[in-house]
Design a protein around this ligand. Structure first.
Ligand SMILES: [Zn+2]
Ligand SMILES: [Zn+2]
Length: 378
């Protein structure tokens, strides 16, 4: 029998296995036999955050999706943090990621297709030469090749990765007088945690959670995952609205990457932040509720199922009409506010209509969602 599996990439396997073993065995052993200081743990946490944020705010939202433009100092910082995170160069990562979005769940094209299972999408895809034929094809990232920082990092990636991964822990260890502790925490443990939390976005965020906005792909919204991935857990939203600089769109959503980008914008270090129009988001969500309710009603095989579905569809269309009316009024209010004094608009007839529409739409939507949920509950 011949083995048709692509060749094993030993360098990756050795890095993944050895760092994991040291973090899982060496770190606890050292903790019991020697102990760590609060300062060392704190420094490891800072390094973990630096790596994680460089991937989410830099590799992902800045370079892969261009959801905003970053000042050179921000890009340089993320380029260094990305090398520290040891996840290949920006150019390579972003190119892979753009393929992932374009061909999501396509086992032949998506480099980390979730349909190939948890293990494959988590880490397996990096352990064998699955993408050898297109490894150096960066034709989908020509824009990034014009970014001097991206190319500088790409051409010096190994040197940067070695300097950060050995240099930072060794320097910190020399400063505190315990290089072994520093290498274990800031080196090994930080790297393993940083690797696997990022990998969870390709694996778990395509398996565990809610499909709030679309079920056309496996991506899921998951608040728990968002907590460990600097906000990237709202992956269902991200896959349908990939150009949005936010992943968690509500104020209570845990999305520190979004907060950081917004803070950079306040400081003038980030510009052109892209957001999805609110009506598009609401419509996607309602369309999913309708789809789910329809299929549940049909599954229950109720005697009046056809009538229930027809009513739901009818009221849904009415709701969309009202929504269009509301957003049209909102647009007018915003334009007028720009042109006139605020006080004039506040007391205008338009503002009155707008407020009324807002209330009406809110009630209508609430009522319809209840109706859609009750349709299959009873
Ligand atoms: Zn993405
Ligand atoms: Zn994904």
């Amino acid at each position: 029998m011949t083995d048709n599996k692509p060749r094993i990439i030993w360098l990756n396997v050795i890095i993944f296995v050895s760092t994991f073993l040291v973090a899982a065995i060496g770190v606890p052993y050292r903790a019991f036999t020697h102990g760590f200081t609060g300062l060392e743990l704190f420094a490891a946490l800072i390094c973990f955050i630096f790596c994680g944020i460089s991937i989410t705010a830099g590799y992902h939202r800045l370079w892969s999706h261009k959801t905003y433009s970053g000042h050179w100092s921000v890009r340089l910082l993320f380029a260094i943090g990305g090398a520290f995170a040891l996840q290949n160069s920006i150019l390579h990562w972003a190119s892979d990621h753009r393929v992932h979005h374009k061909h999501v769940d396509n086992n032949d094209k998506d480099p980390y297709s979730a349909k190939k299972g948890f293990w494959y999408s988590h880490i397996g895809w990096m352990c064998r030469e699955y993408t050898a034929s297109s490894y150096s094809d960066y034709s989908n990232a020509r824009d990034l090749q014009k970014d001097k920082i991206v190319m500088w990092q790409h051409n010096n990636y190994i040197l940067l990765a070695a300097l950060t991964n050995f240099g930072i822990p060794i320097l910190f260890g020399l400063a505190t007088g315990d290089v072994i502790n520093s290498l274990l925490l800031l080196g090994f443990l930080r790297l393993v945690l940083s690797h696997h939390t990022t990998f969870f976005i390709n694996s778990l965020a395509h398996i565990w959670g809610k499909q709030t906005y679309t079920d056309k792909n496996t991506a899921r919204d998951n608040g728990v995952l968002a907590f460990f991935t600097f906000g990237e857990g709202y992956h269902n939203f991200h896959h349908i609205f990939e150009n949005d600089y936010r992943n968690g769109i509500r104020w209570w959503h845990f999305d520190p990457t979004k907060w950081l980008i917004k803070s950079f914008a306040f400081l003038g270090l980030a510009t052109k932040l892209r957001v999805t129009p609110e009506d598009k988001i609401r419509k996607a969500k309602l369309a999913m509720i309708l789809k789910r309710s329809k299929s549940r009603v049909a599954k229950k095989a109720l005697p009046n199922a056809d009538q229930i579905i027809e009513n739901l569809q009818h009221d849904y269309e009415q709701l969309l009409l009202k929504m269009n009316e509301f957003y049209e009024a909102k647009k007018q209010v915003i334009t007028l506010k720009k042109e006139q004094l605020l006080a004039d608009v506040e007391h205008s007839e338009l503002m009155h209509q707008y407020q009324e529409l807002k209330q009406h739409l809110k009630m209508m939507q609430k009522h319809w969602i209840r109706q859609a949920q009750a349709a299959y509950a009873g």
